[in-house]
Design a protein around this ligand. Structure first.
Ligand SMILES: [Cu+2]
Length: 244
């Protein structure tokens, strides 16, 4: 068994790690899975409420929405983090992987982007929709992708607008009409990425045998990385911890 090492790419400490190779189930080939653990002061990161009533058309079922800056999954043990983008950072070399034909979608609904984190592959198409009876402006703040800054009135809700994405670290998208509205887009040259949800877990599957650096990125806590070696159609468990 090879012990793993974790490096810290941002100013947040981490430790972690388990390395437990087990045989894969049928259909799975070379899986790296794990939890994104939160170790910190829960009270400090209590979700704030955002009042959207400045624009009466934002209101869907309720006039406040929860901030998405930090969402800690309180029902998991240990505590885990939602909206973390986990991906293979390096180790794939020059290998080229087919681009998913699936169209990515983001909808502006209740003056919030749904989903908050969009992860896709270079060359994949993102469709942006407006489900609100109000005018939104979609403002990309990328380094690599084309800059976009356009308005989208309600009439665009059916067809929306499509944009082809290029590989880039997560970048912010905001609405200049509703200052609380933002989301992030993360784009990769390969299909080995995942975004954590309510259980705080991730799964990267189907990589070739090899040694990889995995990266976990969170919009408020930055980046942590871990090393993982996988071969012989096994599952490697690799938890990673943000300790803000
Ligand atoms: Cu808006």
């Amino acid at each position: 068994m090879k012990l793993s090492m974790i490096t810290l790419a941002a100013a947040f400490a981490i430790n972690t790690i388990t390395f437990t190779p087990t045989p894969c189930q049928a259909g799975d080939k070379n899986v790296i899975t794990g939890k994104i653990i939160f170790k910190g002061d829960l009270a400090k990161y209590k979700r704030t409420k955002i009042n959207t009533s400045k624009d009466p058309n934002c209101k869907k079922s309720k006039k406040t929405i929860g901030s998405e800056k930090v969402i800690i999954n309180k029902k998991t043990d240990p505590l885990t983090l939602r909206n973390v983008v986990v991906s293979i950072k390096s180790g794939l070399g020059d290998k080229v992987f087919p681009v998913s034909k699936e169209e990515l979608k983001v909808t502006q609904f209740g003056c919030q982007y749904k989903p908050h984190i969009i992860a896709g592959q270079s060359g994949q198409t993102l469709r942006i929709l407006n489900g609100d009876n109000t005018n939104h402006n979609i403002h990309f703040l990328p380094k690599v992708n084309d800059e976009h800054n356009f308005t989208q009135p309600k009439k665009d809700m059916v067809k929306g607008k499509t944009i082809v994405l290029k590989a880039e670290d997560p970048f912010k998208v905001k609405c200049d009409v509703h200052p609380w509205m933002n989301c992030y887009i993360a784009v990769f040259e390969h299909p080995f990425f995942d975004v954590t949800g309510k259980d705080g877990t991730f799964k990267l599957a189907g990589m070739p045998d090899g040694s990889y650096t995995i990266q976990a990125w969170h919009e408020s806590f930055g980046t942590v990385t871990a090393e993982a070696e996988i071969s012989g159609n096994t599952i490697v468990t690799k938890d990673m911890t943000f300790e803000p």
